[in-house]
Design a protein around this ligand. Sequence first.
Ligand code: NAD
Length: 328
Amino acid sequence: MKIFCYGTLAVEEPYVRAWSKKNAVEVGMTSKPLSSATADLAKGYDGVSTKGIVPVTADVYAKFEEFGIKQLAVRQVGVDNQDVPAASQHGITLTNVASYSPRAIAEMGVTQAMSLLRHIGIYQQRMHNGDFTWDADTISTEIFNCTVGLIGAGHIGAATAQIYSALGAKVLTYDPAYDAALEPYTTYTDKETILKEADIISLHTPLLPSTKNMIDAAAFKKMKPNAILINMARGELVDTAALITALKTKEIAGAGLDTLANEVAFFTQKKPYADTPQDFQELNAMPNVIITPHVAFFTKLAVKNGLEIALNDAQLIINGQKSRHAVN
Ligand code: NAD
């Protein structure tokens, strides 16, 4: 058996080699993303795996079908860059890794929120300018006196609820899917209450037609002026122009973003700063905004789990068995 891995990160390579040896399966690798330009690299392989945000189009699945490949194991949660109906049409079973380490993403969200709560970016900017003062603008609130509002409490939202709860914060959750196991850590409520009452609003929903731009100008108007918005989920959940306005007009106090609506144009790449999108530059210049390049998942445990779960799924499907991680 031979499996080909697209978008292979250098840190994944040792785990690929270990999995390959343990399972006696040959695994080919490229760091290049899966796309129309790279689909041919899988010729001669029995199965494929990928990771990343570059859109995968119908012609890619058509090529895989031609090569006799029956599956594509995505080494991440999000399959929004895949054309799922087209994959089905070409007989390709897509699998994802719904949970590789929810704590990894939850911890990044909490880290950004805590940093914004204590105005670290503002102090750093001031000190670069020789200003070592503090004032009413930078007075903080202890986390145990904060109300945290989670929108979406699946794998990552649940892990986030547990961390904030352990820190003593009051945790409110809006999620149409109720999970009784979260009762010790959070109180379920509606979205309006979260927008109005939360000091930290943390987004953990998938990108769906119903969640696109769920945080828009109207939502910002409902938030407290000290509110901090955390988005570790998908950039398109937030109307970026409305976010910039809300920050400029002090409708909210700060934002922590691991994901941006237009990130596919520059995240994972190296390019001159001047060539990055204007709205990114505007946000990145604000000391009360933290942007990280979609790296919340990037911990050793998450990388290892993501790789192993995906390759196990590829092996199962190549062997004619079913994977419980199939998304089509
Ligand atoms: P999940 O499927 O386990 O949970 C999503 C939750 O959102 C579910 O409980 C669902 O009921 C809820 N939901 C759906 N629509 C909703 C709505 N309109 N309002 C409120 N809740 C709603 O997903 P997860 O594993 O927790 O991942 C959450 C998000 O995080 C996804 O968008 C995923 O792509 C993103 N993610 C980001 C990174 C990163 O590195 N930044 C890594 C992994 C996942």
